[in-house]
Design a binder for this molecule. Structure first.
Ligand SMILES: [Zn+2]
Length: 387
């Protein structure tokens, strides 16, 4: 995520923090400091936020390490003011694996809570657990432990709300997918999520306004999840060769860049493969790169001045879903497709999206609750995140 900075690498996973997190630290410092005009209280506030975020980080590591057991890597874990995000390479599709990965996060918070409870009980200080809010600014380490205990319970309850993008939504989908196919399970889970979301928003208007925020968050998460799964189910069974473009203009490295501009303005082509004199693909030219090159204002530019390295190469026999995911992962708008060693054609993201849109019309009849019929399908995001 833009604005995030790596602060550590633990168990082979980069830990990143979004810069806005500093605002939270500052805000807590000053709101504690203001109460007592005591720097120590301010530092207590900072310590409290850091402790909460260590619990959130541990939660994300719960997801990431269980996912690793199923051969799924985690690109990074990012801490944001609203919580943590573990960017898993993919969400496991086997229901049992998804269930375990989703449960692993809250399970970590339960373990932390049990540990703190044991500590409080052993020291005979198990008091005021219900009134944690009143004691939040006390400097006593016992109160500190009680507050962190309460925070972990809240994290468990909040994350187990059975709605995407919460862990509870994935738990629900995984349980349903043990009986139904994944697309149907997702539709059903997303429906429950949206119903809950509307309920939260409604309750929020009459009570705690935070519920409105949470409701909207869940509503958007549920919609995004059902789209992603539907996109996948549309592409299933097709190969890259089914969407292959074989009719396109070849651009050569030595040609004037103006030729690409003319092609772009005159026709349907927005992305190009760039060839050398031996007719070998040496790069790609995207509309973005073309515009960027032109904006430098230099005259007499050649195609090679705007050419980008080939982002990814696909094979005609590859499942379309896999090829499309690879393209999104590498941010490739266009890529060459080979049949063994031979160039067979090219594929653009736009191509695949059109294909999804056309195919989606049939799928939409079965899933009209996902689309309102006017919206365009968005590609599934390249990073599958879990909270
Ligand atoms: Zn989680």
């Amino acid at each position: 995520m833009r604005g995030s900075h790596k602060i550590a690498r633990i168990a082979g996973i980069d830990v990143k923090v979004h810069w806005t997190f500093l605002i939270i630290l500052g805000w807590f410092f000053f709101s504690y400091y203001r109460e007592t005009s005591n720097v120590e209280s301010g530092l207590y506030g900072v310590g409290f936020v850091l402790a909460v975020f260590i619990c959130v980080l541990a939660h994300e590591y719960g997801h990431a390490l269980v996912a690793r057991r199923f051969g799924i890597r985690t690109r990074d874990i990012t801490l944001l003011p609203i919580g943590g995000l573990a960017s898993l390479e993919r969400i496991p599709e086997k229901p049992r694996e998804e269930l375990l990965v989703a449960l692993a996060g809250p399970a970590v918070n339960i373990l932390i809570a049990i540990g703190l409870y044991a500590y409080l009980a052993a020291t005979g200080q198990l008091v005021n657990l219900v009134n944690y809010a009143d004691t939040i600014s006390s400097l006593d380490p016992i109160y500190f432990a009680e507050n962190i205990f309460a925070v972990n319970l809240i994290l468990v309850l909040f994350n187990l709300i059975p709605a995407f993008p919460m862990d509870g939504g994935r738990v629900l989908r995984a349980l349903l997918a043990m009986r139904w196919d994944r697309a149907k399970a997702t539709r059903f889970a997303a429906g429950i999520g949206r119903t809950l979301a509307v309920g939260f928003v409604f309750m929020g208007f009459f009570g705690n306004f935070w519920l409105v925020f949470i409701g909207l968050f869940i509503y958007l998460g549920a919609t995004a999840e059902s789209r992603q799964v539907l996109t996948k189910s549309i592409l299933e069974g097709y190969k890259v060769s089914d969407v292959l473009m074989t009719n396109y203009t070849q651009l050569y490295v030595h040609e004037p860049l103006q030729r690409a501009v003319e092609l772009l303005l005159s026709g349907q082509e927005k992305e190009f493969l760039v060839f050398d004199l031996e007719n070998i693909v040496v790069g790609v030219l995207t509309r973005e790169a073309l515009v960027k090159a032109l904006s430098t204002g230099e005259a007499n530019m050649r195609v090679k001045d705007a050419t980008l390295a080939v982002p990814v190469e696909l094979q005609t026999s590859m499942p379309l879903q896999e090829g499309f995911e690879l393209m999104m992962l590498e941010h490739a708008n266009v890529c060459p497709v080979y049949n063994g060693q031979h160039l067979a054609g090219m594929l653009t993201q736009e191509n695949v999206q059109e294909f999804i849109l056309l195919r989606g019309k049939d799928a939409r009849d079965d899933a009209e609750d996902i689309y309102d019929g006017t919206e365009e399908l968005e590609p599934s995001s390249d990073t599958l995140v879990t909270r």
